[in-house]
Ligand binder design. Structure first.
Ligand code: ZN
Length: 273
């Protein structure tokens, strides 16, 4: 069977080329099994008659090869895979083992052994390119250079925040750049979120310090200060957060979602009287 070529803008280098299937996360990081994908519009339009973790009323798109899409050209796909992929996969394996014995904790304090921080953060940023539109790399040229040039270091802490958490809950998220309004603080945050087992990542543009206070999350932007072949034992303090809804940075437990739902319904009934 001849496969149709997909020629389009590569989400990383920005060149118009033939695109290849990019697994997000990498295939060997447990991303090669059959999955169901539910797209944003489909999920949001169905109203509030079901809880956010219940997808029984909509049909997902099935993927036999795991999560991913035709987003990167062959060069970008191969380069990121060979420079960063293996080291990221090792980090995911260690994370799985650590998470498995600490699942009930709110914060996990553990040491990761001989990890390569720069390769890991470059792989994470390259996954954010894949889940966002090609415009994302056009606007964030410094991030593009950071991934395309394997030795480029030092991401700007004033311009970016990259938070990591252990993922608990049913929903894996692939959320492109979106604005999140915090009404009580008159604050709009610009974030993109990628959460698959066992880790979730949030990349924030122009971060405000409030975020860290709120979720006690761990900013791994300092991973960009190492050399590419520099391995370190690193002690990390990582929060365990639940993803039960498809909203970015919503880590309410099912019980909290249920309580908020009841509170809203009661308010609705009172307002109708
Ligand atoms: Zn490319």
């Amino acid at each position: 069977m001849s496969k149709k070529k997909i020629i389009d803008i590569c989400h990383l280098c920005g060149l118009k080329k033939e695109l290849t299937f990019e697994h997000v996360p990498p295939e060997k990081a447990f991303n090669n099994y059959k999955i169901y994908i539910y797209e944003g519009q489909q999920v949001i339009q169905r109203g509030d008659h079901r809880f956010p973790w219940d997808f029984s009323d909509i049909r997902g798109k099935q993927s036999q090869r795991g999560m991913g899409n035709y987003t990167l050209c062959e060069d970008c796909n191969n380069n990121t895979g060979s420079w960063y992929g293996g080291r990221f996969i090792d980090f995911i394996f260690q994370s799985y083992i650590i998470f498995d014995s600490n699942k009930d904790k709110k914060v996990i304090n553990e040491t990761f052994y001989k990890i390569y921080p720069l390769a890991i953060i470059k792989q994470i940023i390259s996954m954010f390119f894949s889940i966002n539109s090609p415009n994302f790399s056009e606007v964030n040229q410094d991030l593009r250079k950071f991934v395309l040039n394997k030795n480029n270091k030092y991401l700007n802490h004033k311009k970016y925040g990259l938070y990591m958490y252990f993922l608990k809950g049913q929903i894996h998220k692939f959320i492109g750049l979106s604005g999140k309004l915090k009404i009580e603080k008159h604050l709009i945050r610009t974030i993109t979120e990628l959460a698959t087992m066992p880790l979730g990542f949030v990349l924030e543009i122009n971060p405000k310090p409030e975020y860290k206070e709120e979720y006690n999350s761990f900013d791994i932007l300092c991973f960009s200060n190492f050399d590419l072949h520099e391995a370190r034992d690193i002690h990390l303090k990582i929060p365990v957060l639940e993803c039960n809804t498809y909203f970015p940075t919503d880590y309410r437990t099912r019980e909290q979602v249920f309580n908020d739902y009841l509170t809203n319904k009661i308010a609705e009934i009172r307002n109708k009287r």
